[in-house]
Write a protein that binds this ligand. Structure first.
Ligand code: ADP
Ligand code: MG
Length: 240
């Protein structure tokens, strides 16, 4: 689903990704960990062309990201993204937030989009919140709406960038639980996270990034119990 080789990203003089290699197969869940500033968000943003890549190969669900003819809208329909901040439209109700892109981009009829939105709201446990506005929701509820909104495009891949980092601790579990369900259903996912419990339980593979490179990748068991690289050991000793 994702093939990345020698990926580089520069912002002017600053090289932020220095040759990232990463392949993700269908239904795989890859968790990305690493210190702040190591390039995790930039890596995810490159995968759906929120950032233009500077060099190397990147093919996502058959779209060659180096090819100027790549259809960015098609790519973004197939690759859903959920950020740390929820980015819901504050002046729109929950259901309108979820219906917006399916109607505008997928050209679904309103009725069809609202049927899908209601199914997705049930999936994230918010079927009773369709008509409310974002400010009436908790952070965990907003983030579950953001996930439902991404799913409404029927993506093949989901990218999560620290989806629980802005939440009060007691709200983290409800969001992780929705993500676990998605993983169990076979969604292909890359998840940047500091939730090591989630990574241990759900990840097929954990990737440790530092200074724009993947330093180590391993099964959760190996990564957390037998990290090989000194920098991985140092990072994990600080957070575990
Ligand atoms: P992480 O998500 O691992 O914390 P980021 O990918 O956000 O790391 O950032 C990696 C580096 O790239 C940081 O040094 C950051 O300041 C820099 N960076 C990110 N976005 C931009 C940008 N739009 N312009 C310039 N520098 C950026
Ligand atoms: Mg980040």
């Amino acid at each position: 689903m994702i093939h990345v080789k020698g990926l580089t990203k520069r912002f002017d003089e600053l090289e932020v990704l220095s040759g990232v290699d990463c392949d993700v197969t269908e239904s795989e869940v890859v968790c990305v960990i690493g210190p702040s500033g190591s390039g995790k968000s930039t890596f995810l943003r490159c995968l759906n062309l929120l950032e233009e890549i500077s060099g190397g190969e990147a093919v996502v669900n058959g779209h060659d990201l180096r090819d100027p003819k790549t259809d960015i809208n098609a790519l973004r329909t197939e690759v859903g993204m959920v950020f740390q901040r929820f980015n819901l439209f504050s002046h729109k109700s929950v259901i309108d937030n979820i219906m917006l892109a399916p109607v505008k981009v997928r050209k679904l009829k309103k009725k069809e989009a609202s049927d899908i939105a209601l199914v997705l709201l049930e999936k994230v446990g918010l079927q009773d919140k369709a008509g409310v506005f974002p400010h009436q929701l908790s952070g965990g509820q907003m983030q579950r709406v953001a996930i439902a909104r991404a799913l409404a495009m029927n993506p093949k891949i989901m990218l999560f960038d620290e989806p629980t980092s802005a939440l009060d601790p007691e709200l983290v579990g409800e969001v992780l639980s929705v993500m676990k369900t998605l993983a169990r259903e076979g969604m292909t996912m890359i998840v940047v996270t500091h939730e090591m419990g989630f990574a241990r339980e759900v990840a097929d593979r954990v990737v440790f990034m530092d200074k724009g490179k993947i330093v180590e990748e391993a099964s959760p068991d190996d990564m957390f119990n037998r990290p090989q690289h000194e920098r991985t050991q140092e990072f994990l000793s600080k957070i575990l």
